[in-house]
Design a protein. Structure first.
Length: 168
């Protein structure tokens, strides 16, 4: 497994994986499926408030994408987490490995203290992932994010990064 920052050179591979997994991602997320959408998303990374990482198998197959966004330092030292995986690598524990590595990276590289993931209650696969890594349910936010044409309820899950172990 390889986890590294997303590069512009990942565009073709990531777009192809996103398009091939459109039905797998729906209705939870709609990642870029063409070059214009990728370029728009990638340009947003230049603000420095988001660190996006890509997980790959040793053969170069995309495992998933992890977005640590709205990074705030000072007294807050926190961010939001968004992620999505690919059907072809699901069920093998690779998303867990990648996310654990990403959490350790964001703690060490950015000096963050806390990460929050907002997940639609019906997205049980995502909830199982964060629960497995030690995230705690902190609350419920009605009509929190506009996704797939409607305002969607979300559960707030969070982890204190000092609770993330480097051991598996």
């Amino acid at each position: 497994m390889i986890l590294r920052p997303v590069a512009e050179s990942d565009a073709e591979t990531l777009i192809a994986a996103n398009c091939a997994n459109r039905s797998y991602h729906a209705p939870w997320v709609a990642p870029p499926c063409d070059r214009a959408a990728f370029d728009y998303w990638f340009a947003g990374l230049a603000t420095g408030r988001t660190i996006s990482m890509i997980g790959l198998t040793a053969e170069g197959q995309v495992i998933g994408v992890f977005n640590f966004s709205e990074i705030v330092q000072a007294n807050f030292r926190s961010c939001y987490l968004g992620y999505y995986g690919m059907a072809e690598t699901a069920g093998r524990g690779l998303m867990s490995l990648c996310l654990r590595a990403g959490l350790i990276h964001i703690r060490e590289a950015a000096g963050l203290h806390r990460v929050e993931a907002n997940i639609q209650p019906a997205n049980q696969r995502s909830i199982r992932l964060v629960r497995r890594l030690g995230f705690r349910l902190e609350g419920f936010s009605p009509k929190y994010l506009f996704i797939d044409g409607d305002w969607r309820d979300h559960e707030r899950w969070a982890i204190l990064l000092e609770d993330v172990s480097a051991t598996i």
